[in-house]
Write a protein that binds this ligand. Structure first.
Ligand SMILES: Cc1cc2nc3c(=O)[nH]c(=O)nc-3n(C[C@H](O)[C@H](O)[C@H](O)COP(=O)(O)O)c2cc1C
Length: 343
């Protein structure tokens, strides 16, 4: 029987367990988007707490005011040095770390698929490529492309939101084209062995959005391309979560993730209301889902992985109340307990 604490590999990533910190905007980068000492401590705690794999918060490379406050950025090579300490701190505590890359838009505006010209599409793909190469040189163990939650890339998959009439809109093959071009650009620059992960929506849970069809097709093609893992999420940011009508209260996208695991041979990471070790162990052994990522529970219990190793019968203490999204001084859980030895 497989357990949450099996030691496994995702490509070159060596994981001490199957618990992943899903990308979580901490709102603690400095005004230029560089990590602060406080942010480095957040990552240290997660690694010290036994997390199997850490995915950074969404990091922009567009280098303009599109950034949300305290968001990480890696717009040019001068930023590489700033990430060394963060990466080394995490590595010292035994965890690999992947940088999540996102393209929100330009000139302070959140873009939709109809905004970029064809040339701009190609320049955004090259932007992902160059940012991934910077992450690699900063010591990150891989990158994750953020194509979920209704942001720019995610909208390309949505039949209603993607209104393009060129080869990037319309039929499924066109709607997934941009994502596939981005990942192959990155592969060409960073090499075949540098792990690329993709976070993708199974559905936006809007009527006739066509996202599930596009998601399945994208995942099959990404698998053929040699993408190392797919993180299955769903819904649109700022809309009710979990989306209405799903059959489960925990691990809500489990049926979609199980289907992606069935149709591809790529490791699948399930995100969204993972809270109970026995539920996760069941999915691991019956649904082919190999990894489980969590966001809010790690804000409350950065040492949750270590805690679950000792207390496999206890659910996470996270109430999913979302108070962590509303803190004036960074996205922290108001109920978080200090770790032993923490100042
Ligand atoms: C404060 C906060 C910030 C988040 N930032 C990101 C992000 O930067 N990138 C991303 O892909 N998802 C982000 N998410 C979504 C989470 O990664 C995750 O998909 C979602 O919270 C569901 O998981 P959970 O139930 O374990 O919290 C964020 C969530 C929260 C609560």
């Amino acid at each position: 029987m497989k357990t949450l604490f099996d030691e496994t590999c995702i490509g070159t990533l060596q994981l001490r367990n199957r618990l992943v910190r899903s990308a979580t905007w901490e709102a603690m980068a400095d005004d230029a988007g560089r990590p602060t000492p406080r942010l480095v401590r957040v990552y240290r705690d997660l690694a010290y707490g036994g997390t199997g794999l850490i995915i950074s918060s969404a990091t922009t490379f567009s280098g303009d005011a599109t950034r949300v406050p305290g968001m990480l950025a890696i717009p040019d090579d001068s930023y590489i040095q700033a990430y060394h300490e963060l990466v080394q701190t995490v590595h010292r505590e035994g965890a690999p770390i992947v940088m999540q890359l996102v393209f929100p838009g330009r000139n302070g505006v959140f873009w939709t698929p109809s905004d970029p010209s064809r040339d701009e599409i190609h320049s955004i793909a090259r932007g992902f490529r160059d940012a991934a190469f910077r992450a690699q040189r900063a010591g990150f163990d891989g990158v994750e492309i953020h194509a979920a939650h209704g942001y720019f890339l995610s909208q390309f998959l949505n039949d209603k939101r993607n209104t393009r009439t060129d080869e990037y809109g319309g039929i499924v093959r066109n709607r997934i084209r941009f994502l596939l071009e981005i990942t192959s650009e990155i592969q060409a620059r960073t090499g075949e062995t540098f792990p690329i992960l993709v976070k993708i929506n199974c559905s936006d849970f809007e009527e006739d959005d066509g996202v599930w069809e596009a998601c399945q097709s994208a995942c099959s093609k990404l698998a053929e391309q040699g993408i190392r893992a797919i993180e299955v999420s769903g819904g649109i940011s700022h809309m009710p979560f979990p989306p209405q009508g799903l059959p489960y209260e925990e691990s809500v996208f489990r049926d979609y993730a199980a289907e992606i695991a069935r149709i591809t041979d790529v490791p699948v990471i399930l995100v969204g209301l993972n809270r109970t070790p026995s539920v996760l162990t069941g999915l691991l052994n019956t649904a082919g889902i190999g990894y489980f990522s969590l966001s809010r529970p790690f804000l409350r219990q950065p040492d949750l992985a270590r805690y679950w190793r000792k207390n496999p019968d206890r659910p996470a203490e996270c109430l999913s109340c979302d108070a962590c999204r509303e803190q004036p001084d960074g996205n922290v859980c108001p109920f978080r307990k200090s770790l032993v030895g923490e100042k």
